[in-house]
Design a protein around this ligand. Structure first.
Ligand code: GAL
Length: 382
């Protein structure tokens, strides 16, 4: 790590180690209620220790730019990555919150470049600027890892052998939702609530233009159509930024006009599915006989799995934040020690490598297997 970075890094380490403290009491949990910088000062000593360890091992420093610390899935991945870094000591993890804002992302990246990090890990939300960002990373000379986001193009990868991406196979999550919904629809003729012969669905999207949202929405509907089901979209593209509160508000508004028509809700993550369920409950659904409505989500968060057990969510797709963090760390660990990144060298279940792209599998979670959909953010083995 470049020495000029030390002083600046300590400030950011203070934030990361605080989150580590939160993580210790949380296993496969939701986003912690406290904000990342509460009580940060108490953990400065721990941050210094981590820094000293990294330096002593002659190892590397990673600057990780997450799109939003408050996002449930991201919070779990973030805390796991901090835990792994602290347990292993080879790569010092420092991170920053883009607060779902592109210009904040840019300044976070620039701060890390100024600090001379060895790895820039980017949970990118500036989807229109991938090549530009790749070029900037190349000019800085550090490794770049696009995480949980659209991957750079083949051309981008061809220009820079220090570029990687680590992401789930978004198509799988869309297909998982669509196939489960198709199966439900075919088994339940009464699910066609207005009797129009079409599956009238509401689609809740994450961040506008975000890769997971685009792919999950397309592939879920595609799976319904592939099953021979005629579909009808109600409400158009409902952007909810992966937020539970926004989804609740928007579904509540929709119910005012379409309460008798909606046959299903497809949400591009569990938080939005849970917001929809709240609105549906307030609108008289899930209150007794003939008031069920299939709601689909993605992530298999703790609350998402609870909704499956409660019978309010039909299906979710396990998007494992622990596996994401392990994969990011492993790519850094391998490259830092001059090893090739392959499916074999990664050695993680459900993780495969194509060139410099590392892919993580999803798996369907329903009432039949919800008890097995667990992960532990304190699991630091990689
Ligand atoms: C997705 C996840 C969402 C949200 C998003 C942020 O993979 O399912 O819940 O966390 O990433 O990039």
């Amino acid at each position: 790590m470049k020495k000029k970075a030390l002083a600046l890094l300590l400030g950011i380490c203070m934030i990361t180690m605080t989150a580590c403290g939160n993580a210790s009491s949380q296993t496969s949990g939701e986003a912690p209620a406290s904000t990342a910088d509460e009580g940060a000062a108490d953990d400065t000593a721990g941050a210094e220790d981590a820094q000293a360890q990294g330096e002593a091992a002659g190892s590397a420093v990673a600057g990780v730019v997450w799109y939003n610390f408050a996002d449930t899935f991201i919070s779990n991945a973030r805390q796991t990555l901090i835990n792994i870094g602290a347990a292993d000591g080879t790569i010092t993890i420092t991170d920053a919150d883009s607060t779902n804002d592109v210009s904040t992302q840019t300044s976070n990246m620039n701060n890390f470049f100024t600090q001379g990090v060895d790895y820039l890990v980017l949970n990118n939300i500036n989807t229109g600027a991938i090549t530009e960002i790749c070029d900037q990373i190349q000019a800085e000379g550090c490794y770049g890892i696009f995480a949980n986001t659209d991957t750079p193009s083949d051309e981008d990868f061809a220009k820079n052998d220090k570029l990687y991406s680590v992401s789930s196979v978004a198509t799988q999550s869309g297909t998982i939702m669509g196939e489960a919904l198709a199966e439900y629809w075919q088994a339940h003729p009464e699910a066609d609530r207005n009797g129009n012969g079409k599956l009238d669905y509401v689609m809740l999207l994450g961040i506008q233009g975000h890769y997971d949202t685009t792919v999950r929405s397309q592939y879920s509907v595609q799976a319904l159509e592939d099953a021979g089901i005629e579909v009808n979209n109600i409400g158009g593209e409902i952007i909810c930024d992966y937020s539970r509160a926004t989804a609740q508000e928007k579904v509540a508004a929709l119910l005012a006009n379409y309460s008798d028509d909606i046959d299903a809700v497809i949400a591009c993550n569990d938080d939005m599915a849970l917001g929809a369920i709240e609105a549906l409950k307030a609108g008289g659904f899930f209150t007794g006989d003939d008031t069920y409505l299939p709601v689909c989500g993605v992530d298999a968060t703790v609350n998402g799995c609870q909704a499956i057990k409660d019978g309010t969510m039909l299906v979710t797709a396990l998007n494992n934040p622990v596996m994401l963090a392990k994969s990011i760390y492993k790519v850094m660990y391998l490259t830092n020690s001059g090893q090739e990144v392959t499916t074999e060298s990664m050695g993680l279940e459900g993780v495969s490598v194509e060139g410099h792209r590392v892919w993580l599998d999803y798996s369907p979670v329903t009432i039949d297997n919800v008890d097995q959909a667990t992960y532990d953010i304190n699991d630091t083995a990689f």
